[in-house]
Design a protein around this ligand. Structure first.
Ligand code: NAP
Length: 326
């Protein structure tokens, strides 16, 4: 089968379309014929081995010269081709979506615990846009209560566009932070207030927030905390803007956040570690079925142009989601 493979870290031209063996499902796995796959910030982080320090901290993921899993991609939607003998929830022919390693390929093998049935309201392209980004948004916004005021920094990206809509579906007041060209998109997606970071600094405004979801990692911890109400909650996701290679990137902020989470009393600080879960996919499928959450797709690329799709996401600040079609 064809897959998007890399042998070394680097810019998108390290990615090649190559013939590799089709994966074989284990007892609790589902083998899916991929119809669409979505690009995430994770793909360029892994492709570049960026930030460099991650290669030292996460040896399970980052090998010495390239990622341990050479096939890129995480999000997929497609049709079940075969199932392991312990799988009861899915059968060949089912339309599904999910999150697993090596999704930029004609076939992906995923544990049944990270796969859900495709909501009837969604096409394969739309469904593929959901798993990693929407699950991250959902997990980042747990414990949010109706009537609270949320600020999303990096609201026009993959995670941010889902976070804005999920929060609105839960009755939360939302302020979205993005660049000028994305202001209209965020209003369309339901944000109550939009701050253009090229002209305004949310950490210097008068408004204070109950929850701040940071998806960019470009501000100091004390600046982010300044924007919170007493008792407010800061959720750090990582972030990092691609500059063609960074040493520490957002890891410095995460380390400071993890340290502060134990000692800071005035606010609660948490570092998000979103793990894929089928029950979250089902919650997202319900939100999609009722039209409360949509995938904002910026561009679609043919599968063999995956390198160009990742380049567009990391260098040109794609808005919301970029999807590959198979
Ligand atoms: N902790 C976890 O479990 C977890 C899971 C998933 C993702 N993440 C992290 O979350 C981050 C966001 O993911 P994503 O998929 O949403 O990425 P994305 O689609 O690439 O979005 C990046 C966002 O950053 C904004 N941005 C870029 N430069 C900026 C700047 N100088 N100031 C303010 N905003 C800026 C972009 O907005 P404009 O184009 O408007 O500038 C865009 O909204 C990634 O870094 C990813 O690694 C963490």
């Amino acid at each position: 089968m064809k897959a998007i493979v890399q042998d070394r870290y680097g810019a998108p031209d390290v990615l090649a379309v190559r013939e590799i063996d089709q994966p074989v499902p284990g007892a609790s796995d589902v083998l899916v014929k991929v119809r669409a796959a979505a690009v995430n910030a994770r793909d360029w982080h892994l492709m570049r081995g960026d930030p460099y320090v991650a290669r030292l901290m996460d040896k399970k993921t980052f090998g010495r010269h390239g990622p341990n899993q050479p096939v890129r991609g995480t999000d997929f939607a497609g049709v079940v081709e075969a199932v392991g003998r312990g799988v009861t929830t899915f059968k060949p022919g089912d339309a599904v979506f999910g999150e697993a390693q090596a999704a930029f390929a004609e076939y992906v093998c995923a544990p049944q615990t990270v796969v859900a049935h495709l909501p009837s309201a969604l096409s394969f392209e739309q469904a593929a846009a959901f798993p990693l980004a929407a699950n991250t948004a959902l997990m980042g916004l747990r414990d949010l209560e109706a009537g609270q005021h949320l600020l999303v920094n990096g609201a026009s990206g993959g995670v941010g566009t889902f976070a804005v809509q999920i929060a609105k579906a839960y009755g939360v007041e939302v302020t979205a932070v993005c660049s000028t060209r994305n202001v209209a998109l965020l209003r369309e997606l339901g944000a109550d207030h939009v701050i253009d970071y090229t002209t305004d600094d949310f950490t210097r405004g008068q408004t204070r927030y109950d929850v701040l979801l940071d998806l960019v990692g470009n501000r100091k911890l004390r600046e982010l905390r300044r924007a919170l109400k007493p008792g407010g909650r800061l959720v750090l996701s990582g972030g990092g803007v691609s500059k063609g290679g960074s040493l520490i990137g957002p890891v410095g902020l995460i380390v400071r956040g993890k340290f502060a989470e134990r000692f800071v009393k005035r606010h609660s600080i948490s570092v998000l570690d979103a793990v894929p879960r089928a029950d979250n996919l089902r919650t997202l499928a319900d939100l999609a079925e009722t039209g409360k959450v949509v995938a904002a797709i910026d561009r679609e690329y043919p599968f063999d142009q995956a390198a160009e799709a990742i380049r567009y996401l990391e260098v040109e600040h794609a808005r919301a989601k970029v999807v590959l079609l198979l």
